[in-house]
Design a protein around this ligand. Structure first.
Ligand SMILES: *Cc1c(COP(=O)(O)O)cnc(C)c1O
Length: 405
């Protein structure tokens, strides 16, 4: 008999950002005069760097000629891109990662959702709370999370690691032993970072208990603090316990182009001694046909001297907004966090407002859209996320409106 996947049906409500969009849509319909400033969804707004556009045009022209036309890309990505990444993202930072340990993909969202497929069904996951929703939801869809407690907003088989003001939004080691640990630094949504020494403790812990860390480095380009690692492979022993997810979206503005990568060292094995690299290669071979040639050429251009300078300038502009937003909120008396090595500002809601109450308050009084912290997990309640991906002018205008409330 045909029935829908029961695990999918366990997912509570709609995806966080669909709810934000629905509420914003309803408000603008009722108030057509409202000039909304969107500081909610984490999407970039600046055009792609000229070096990337040039590479795209060149690759398109190659596709028009019989001599240089390309069909299916290699499953694991073109060597030119994997080699550029191996050199610039890893080897130049002293990380021992080879090109054939990098799997090119269409982005870190799908990789972070799919990576759980190569682990046993009974694997226990640990996540930061608040968390990027994809990590948990993809495990719900795979039937790994037990039952949902709607009052608590938690799953019975998930280990939650609270990240709050008290621990500086960096989780403590879990009290129960997980098989898979999702970490993301600089963090979405809190904007928090972790020092190399603190990440080393996680690597040592994972090696000790035989857990695998899934390290999401999507915001690595925003790091300014030299104590903060750009890759988990800067830590000793990470090759035997860590998978890293990389993205060109927030780093280089590829949210619409789509490009990312997953790194699986050949030394990495599960508890039973099974190497994980061949499993992910097998999955890619079966379920994925590779990122487009022209997009991989665009990715390669990010590593040219011009590309790097242009990307650095773009990230610098977003970071100028981030510092401004954080400082303005602090000046107004808000408790504001993040925004220093991250495009996200995480603030404590004023008074006793819940995250959703503050969402409505900000939308109605300032026409500013942000993201309720509770949508990222129970420990996100009474917090709120603003992003620095708008223009400087709109960031200034938004802070002015909030000041006037
Ligand atoms: C935006 C984001 C991603 C998604 O990256 P894509 O490469 O665009 O799929 C991954 N992880 C986190 C934490 C993000 O915020």
């Amino acid at each position: 008999m045909f029935t829908a996947n029961q695990d999918y049906l366990k997912l509570p409500g709609s995806y966080l950002f669909s709810t934000v969009a629905k509420k914003t849509g309803a408000f603008t319909q009722a108030h057509p005069e409202a000039r909304i400033i969107r500081m909610g969804i984490g999407d970039v707004t600046k055009p792609l760097p000229p070096a990337v556009i040039e590479a795209l045009h060149k690759a398109v022209d190659e596709m028009a000629s019989a001599e240089t036309f390309r069909g299916y890309a290699p499953d694991l990505g073109y060597a030119f891109l994997r080699e550029a990444m191996a050199k610039h993202d890893f080897q130049d930072r002293g990380c021992q990662i080879e090109a054939d340990e990098i799997f090119i993909s269409d982005g870190a969202k799908s990789d972070s959702a799919n990576i759980q497929e190569i682990f046993a069904g009974e694997s226990r996951i640990a996540v930061c709370d608040p968390v990027y929703p994809v990590y948990v939801d993809s495990n719900v869809m795979a039937g790994r999370t037990g039952t949902y407690d709607p009052a608590a907003g938690t799953w019975s088989d998930v280990i939650y690691m609270p990240c709050t003001m008290e621990n500086g939004f960096a989780p403590d080691l879990p009290s129960e032993t997980p098989d898979l640990i999702y970490l993301c630094f600089p963090n979405n949504p809190t904007g928090a970072v972790i020092t190399k020494a603190a990440l080393q403790e996680w690597v040592d812990y994972a090696n000790k208990v035989g857990a695998v860390i899934l390290f999401d480095a999507a915001y690595e380009a925003y790091i300014k603090d030299p104590q903060v690692p750009h890759s988990i492979y800067e830590c000793e022993g990470a090759r035997t316990c860590a998978i890293e997810l990389r993205s060109f979206s927030k780093n280089a503005g590829f949210t619409g182009l789509r490009l990312g990568a997953t790194v699986i060292p050949k030394d990495l094995k599960d508890k039973k001694g099974q190497a994980l690299h061949p499993l992910w290669a097998r999955r890619h071979g079966t379920k994925y046909n590779g990122a487009p040639y022209i997009v991989q050429r665009a990715g390669e251009a990010c590593y040219s001297p011009e590309g790097r300078a242009q990307i650095q300038a773009m990230v610098g502009d977003y970071m100028k907004n981030a510092s401004f937003i954080r400082q303005s909120l602090a000046d107004m008396g808000y408790q504001a966090f993040g925004g220093q090595d991250s495009p996200y500002i995480w603030l404590r809601t004023p008074g006793d407002m819940t995250s959703w109450e503050f969402f409505d308050f900000l939308l109605e009084k300032a026409w500013v859209v942000g993201t309720p912290g509770s949508g990222f997990g129970p420990s996100g309640e009474h917090y709120f996320r603003l992003t620095a991906f708008g223009s400087y002018e709109s960031s200034v205008e938004a802070m002015e409106r909030i000041r006037r409330i």
